[in-house]
Ligand binder design. Structure first.
Ligand SMILES: *[C@@H]1O[C@H](CO)[C@@H](O)[C@H](O)[C@H]1NC(C)=O
Length: 428
């Protein structure tokens, strides 16, 4: 007991000294840093205002390091700078448009369905569609080049593991594999919390998502100045005709209907649900199908780059639920309608089974029909709001599924967060 008291007493005295010691240490470090490196004006502006009054919180001592690009990566990055297509047909974007970002890997049959669904979306011609590719796949490229219903901008993640056949972020010679012991095998890599080494195929999704977020909000000329919302969808999300009008209305209603909401969703967070069908708006945790938020929210997410990049889970969405959202300080809610405007589909008879409530495809056909009520905006502004207070699923405290233990992946991920804010870090 006495011991306990004494240690507490000493602890509180210690705590009073800590800020002073820290201040001295930081000041000395800053002076050493300035003398040694000279002052890099751009990196010092990190903590100041950038891009329309947004505050960027980053550690000024971190130096982003990006892998040397392969020829293919270099040529794709050039393509990233091309202006959007279809500007002759759609010369003006609507004033209050919500930009759409579709992120894809390599499922051409799925992508075709998604694009066919987008063709029927009311209002799609008012906005810009950005398609972000993880890797280069000819058929995926060809399908996107066939889009004629709105302005389209294609971007390719230049550091996708798929573009690096024999070097990081792909597999490089001497890398550990599986459960290799680095000392015994003399190989390179850090195992995850379950003892497994990195797999490029597995880490590529989280890298792509993070690269895309940083690029769309802070890098790309077509989107980095956008002050409104950006909607994110994936290559296996079927989009209903009313999706765009619904999301516009929800984004407009958000400040009054749910001031605490960070986002607006097209679909329930339970991907198997098509919604309650009630005459009310719904507030629940942010789902990973058809989510949209604005730059204010992006700045908050971006400020948590370190948490995002060091969490040992290869899933970007679980990483968000388990570390980023809980670290924002309050519960993170999203507003949506009572009927879904997007469905996540899979192959019939696989893990989702033949569950009638979700979409699945067979022979390139979707197994469900769009009803009349899903063809136009079906949200009523004066509906009340129902809140699911209890947030279920992954949350703070979850340790992660692993797959993200390699220091190189964490460093690359952090570099993505810095590359548009530090001089000379990116080739754009
Ligand atoms: C963006 O959304 C957040 C969360 O809903 C809100 O607090 C903020 O005011 C919005 N920012 C702008 C510029 O509309």
């Amino acid at each position: 007991m006495a011991l306990y008291k004494r240690s507490r007493f000493r602890d509180s005295g210690f705590r009073r000294v800590v800020p002073l010691v820290l201040l001295v240490v930081i000041t000395v470090l800053v002076i050493i840093f300035m003398i040694r490196d000279g002052v890099d004006v751009e990196s010092w502006s990190l903590s100041q205002e950038v891009g329309g009054g947004d505050h960027v919180e980053l550690d000024t001592n971190f130096r982003p390091e990006l892998p040397e690009k392969t020829d293919l990566a270099t040529s794709l990055e050039k393509r990233n700078r091309l202006p959007p297509r279809n500007r002759d047909r759609f010369p003006n974007l609507a004033r209050d448009h919500i930009k759409i970002v579709l992120y894809v890997h390599n499922r051409p049959q799925y992508l075709e369905l998604v694009i066919r669904s987008l063709l029927n979306v009311e209002g799609i011609g008012e906005t810009l569609l950005v398609v972000s590719h993880d890797g280069y796949f000819e058929e995926m490229d060809r399908i996107v080049q066939g889009i004629e219903f709105c302005q389209v901008k294609q971007i390719f993640a230049p550091y996708s593991p798929h573009l690096y056949p024999d070097s990081f972020p792909g597999v490089s010679p001497g890398d550990c594999w599986g459960k290799d012991d680095p000392d015994e095998k003399k190989c390179r890599g850090n195992a995850d919390q379950y003892g497994n080494h990195r797999s490029p195929r597995i880490v590529s999704l989280k890298h792509h998502w993070w690269w895309m977020m940083n690029t769309v909000w802070d890098g790309l000329v077509e989107t980095k100045g956008h002050s409104g919302h950006i909607l994110f969808i994936e290559e296996d999300h079927f989009i209903y005709p009313n999706a765009y009008r619904n999301i516009q209305l929800l984004a407009k209603l958000k400040p009054s209907k749910c001031p605490d909401c960070y986002a607006v969703n097209l679909a329930p967070s339970d991907v198997k649900s098509k919604g309650e069908g009630w005459k009310s708006l719904i507030v629940e945790k942010i789902g990973n199908v058809g989510y949209t938020f604005n730059r204010t929210v992006w700045r908050k997410i971006h400020a948590k780059a370190k948490g995002f990049c060091s969490f040992d889970d290869y899933n970007w969405d679980i990483t968000m639920w388990a570390t980023v959202y809980p670290s924002l300080g309050s519960r993170v809610f999203s507003l949506r309608g009572p009927r879904t405007s997007a469905v996540h589909f899979g192959k019939c008879g696989l893990h989702q089974g033949n569950d009638k409530s979700t979409g699945c495809i067979d022979n390139g056909q979707l197994s469900f029909e769009i009803e009349e009520i899903d063809k136009r905006s079906n949200i009523v502004s004066d509906w009340p709001v129902y809140v699911y207070e209890k947030q279920t699923g992954y949350r703070a405290g979850f340790k992660g599924w692993g797959g993200w233990g390699d220091e190189r992946d964490r460093q690359l991920c952090l570099s993505f967060a810095y590359m548009y804010h530090v001089a000379g870090a990116s080739s754009d």
